[in-house]
Each structure stands twice: as structure tokens, then as C-alpha cells.
Design a protein around this ligand. Structure first.
Ligand code: CA
Length: 225
């Protein structure tokens, strides 16, 4: 099991490296984004642990560039609590999992093993629900082949609904994932944004793909890729 650890905090990187080696992993370290990207492109890794705040090229861009180059090595992102980016950004950019710093080493090892078990299949770059498609790489959305322009927040909300298509998701789950964990405003904001989305992805096409499940939340029609 070969791990690439891209982390600029030298002491943290070394601590994690030693721990992973003791668990039987083979570990290479890169201390900045450019070195990390080159290493990930040059050698086959089972998993990449990618810090977000990195010198030269941030983790956000490293992950995006890997995916653009059709490199689907599983990526676990390390995010900071007050970081500029949140988990939705990490998933939008093609990360497979994330951990918030400071993290437990035991949890890190468990997540890495789980990612390695899942492997890195060629995956579709876009999500589909019926004739609605969303491509996270280009941040584009289409219904029946027609381009739909969404704001970043609307896009985040639709991406979340599409990742959970067919399931009922609560306003709280939506708030925590699409806004952020610490958002403490009114959850009516979710209703407002669902309304915006319906006006863009449903009404012009005579659809009702986003269902309101009374007392529970919302459900996006579940068929599709
Ligand atoms: Ca860092």
C-alpha cells in the first residue's frame, strides 16, 4: 500500500509518515503542491493524502489537475477548521474523502484502508438524474441538453441533491453540507434556494424533480447514472 502524503508542515508530515510506516504503508512525502502533483503523476499510488493549504499550488488545484488528467487515484483531503475551503469544495473537486485537522491518526488509517479497498475505478465525470446532468469538473448543468446557469450556492445545493438522489435529505443535512458546519442562520434559507433551483431546473422544463417531503426534507428524483 503506497501512500503519497502532500503536507507542508514538516513535523506533522514526519509524524504521520512514521505512523503509517508502522502500519505497513510505504510513504512518500511532498512538501508543496507542485512537487505533490508531479509525484502523483509520476508514480502509481494507492492513495494520496492532500493538505489544502500548500505552498506553490494548493491542494484544491492539485486535485483538480489530477482529475483533469484522468488520474483517479483516491484522494483524502486534509481541511482546516477555519479553512478557506470546506468539504463541499473538496468533493466538488474530486476528492474521495476528507478529514478536518486536527485529526485522529487511528481515523486516518481507517479512512485510508477504506479508500484503498474501494480502489480507483474510471469514474464518470458527471452525475445524472433523469435528463438532468451535472459535471463537477466544468461546474456545468444541463436539462434535456439545455445549459442551465446556476450561482455557486445553487450549484452546491444541486450537487448535494444529485449525490443523494432518490434519498430524502433534511434541511439540516443540506445546511451542514452546502452552507457550512457552523452556519447558525435560519434554515428557511434552504427553502429559498430550493425555490431558486426549481425555477431554473424544473419549471422551464415542466418537471417536478425536487420533491418536498413534509416534515422530513427534500428528495431529488432518483433514476440516472
Ligand atoms: Ca498546510
Amino acid at each position: 500500500m503506497r501512500v503519497l502524503l502532500v503536507e507542508d508542515e514538516v513535523r506533522l508530515a514526519e509524524t504521520v509518515r512514521r505512523g503509517l510506516v508502522a502500519e505497513g504503508f510505504v510513504v512518500d512525502i511532498a512538501h508543496d503542491g507542485v512537487a505533490g502533483l508531479h509525484a502523483a503523476e509520476d508514480a502509481p499510488y494507492d492513495v494520496v493524502v492532500l493538505d489544502i493549504m500548500l505552498p506553490k499550488l494548493n491542494g484544491y488545484d492539485v486535485c483538480r489537475r489530477l482529475r483533469e488528467a484522468n488520474n483517479w487515484t483516491p484522494v483524502l483531503m486534509l481541511t482546516a477548521k477555519d479553512g478557506e475551503y470546506d468539504q463541499v469544495d473538496a468533493f466538488d473537486l474530486g476528492a474521495d474523502d476528507y478529514l478536518t485537522k486536527p485529526f485522529s491518526f487511528v481515523v486516518l488509517v481507517a479512512r485510508l484502508r477504506s479508500l484503498i479497498r474501494r480502489g480507483a475505478p474510471e469514474r464518470p465525470t458527471s452525475l445524472a438524474a433523469g435528463d438532468l446532468t451535472l459535471d463537477p469538473r466544468t461546474r456545468s448543468v444541463q436539462r434535456a441538453g439545455v445549459d442551465i446557469s446556476l450561482t455557486p450556492r445553487e450549484f452546491g445545493l444541486l450537487h448535494f441533491l444529485m449525490r443523494h438522489r432518490g434519498d430524502v435529505v433534511s434541511k439540516t443535512e443540506i445546511l451542514q453540507s452546502v452552507w457550512d458546519m457552523n452556519y447558525d442562520g435560519d434554515d428557511n434559507v434552504v427553502e429559498v434556494y430550493v425555490g431558486y433551483l426549481r425555477r431554473k431546473i424544473d419549471q422551464p422544463f415542466g418537471r417536478k424533480a425536487i420533491e418536498t417531503v413534509r416534515g422530513a426534507g427534500y428528495r431529488l428524483e432518483g433514476s440516472g447514472g
